[in-house]
Design a protein. Structure first.
Length: 65
């Protein structure tokens, strides 16, 4: 599922609203370990473009247990 989420985020990265929406949806599908991997990958890939969104999403949202 993690690879699927990465693919989706890459495809919607042209639009900040879609990117944030899909990033938030990932929290519903991924387990805590995968979310940590996703967080690192997102910061590596998108921090230059969407740092504000990444900080907002990853600091406010906690994984669903």
């Amino acid at each position: 599922m993690l690879e699927y989420v990465k693919t989706i985020l890459q495809k919607v990265s042209f639009d900040k609203m879609l990117f944030e929406k899909e990033l938030r949806k990932a929290f519903k599908f991924l387990i805590a370990d995968e979310l940590q991997q996703l967080k690192q990958w997102c910061y590596d890939q998108f921090s230059g473009k969407y740092l504000y969104i990444l900080n907002k999403v990853f600091t406010r949202m906690q994984p669903v247990a």
